[in-house]
Design a protein around this ligand. Structure first.
Ligand SMILES: [Zn+2]
Length: 289
């Protein structure tokens, strides 16, 4: 059963990547939630399995006596599990701390640029030729734009960019991006998992695009703004308006119009997620029993 548990955890880590072609059949908000749930479940269940695997070793150190190992590999697997069980949460904490620090650096101080408080959001215009458009959580949350950006966009394009960033704030996408930042240090080097993290980021961008304006005129303005700004980049974990690697897919989604949910695709995704999450739980349950 331990092999099934590992395969299920790998399946949960890869689900967002393997199912990314189905995104056109689901609302971006639902797609983002499924991606985030799958990734968080994978890491939590993996950590629990590592602790369970390391537990016999810890009990042996404390009480002595016979060891009962969950995974094949005996005491060696116990040591590897113990080290990984400590390294995983440390890596997650480092990833989150890095993102929080990066957001703090990007936050515009009150004395820098023009600040306008609109509906509880601090809209900042920075005096720079660089084309910047990103949002940051906080009190108050910020939408940061630049004079260079205002110069290259039309009035309609600028309006949809602000609505896009406001959607990131309204739907708390910064929390989803914490998942990406937390998993990137340890799993981001594995290409298939990196694609899952990219899939989650892309789903948030499509969600904000859809929320930026439901009309065809809004979608056209978002598309043309995206084409103008697709070369700009702010790094992982920052809700920037455009990221080059995701821009082509977003342009395609915007030209296709709102996603039409297919119930059978939804059932397939939720069913796969439930089965993959149930396997590790059943494995751990049978070990405890
Ligand atoms: Zn965005």
């Amino acid at each position: 059963m331990s092999e099934a548990l590992l395969l299920a955890v790998i399946g949960l880590l890869l689900l967002p990547s393997l199912t990314r072609r189905l995104r056109a059949h689901l609302a971006p908000s639902e797609w983002a939630r499924i991606n985030a749930t799958s990734l968080v479940a994978a890491v939590v269940l993996f950590e629990v399995a590592l602790i369970v695997c390391a537990l016999p070793l810890l009990l042996f150190f404390i009480n002595g006596g016979e060891q009962r190992h969950f995974f094949p590999g005996g005491i060696f697997a116990g040591y590897v599990s113990l080290i990984t069980a400590v390294a995983l949460p440390v890596s997650v904490a480092i990833g989150i701390a890095r993102l929080v620090a990066r957001r703090r650096v990007l936050r515009a101080e009150p004395w820098f640029g023009e600040h306008h408080l609109v509906d509880g959001v601090d809209i900042v215009l920075l005096p720079t030729r660089a084309e910047l458009a990103f949002s940051l959580p906080g009190r108050p949350p910020q939408i940061v734009l630049s004079e260079g950006l205002v110069e290259v966009l039309t009035e309609d394009e600028l309006r949809t960019v602000i609505q896009h960033e406001a959607a990131h704030i309204r739907y708390r996408h910064s929390r989803y991006l914490l998942v990406v930042a937390a998993l990137a240090p340890i799993f981001g080097h594995l290409r298939p998992v990196r694609e899952s993290l990219d899939s989650l980021e892309l789903s948030l961008e499509c969600w904000a695009d859809a929320a930026a304006g439901p009309t065809s005129l809004d979608r056209r303005s978002t598309r043309s703004a995206l084409m103008t700004l697709s070369h700009t980049y702010c790094g992982t974990g920052i809700a920037a308006f455009s990221k080059a690697e995701a821009a082509a897919i977003r342009l395609e989604s915007l030209s296709d119009g709102p996603a039409v949910t297919k119930p059978q695709i939804r059932m397939l995704l939720y069913g796969t997620l439930a089965v993959l999450a149930a396997i590790p739980v059943a494995s751990l349950w049978s070990f405890a029993g």
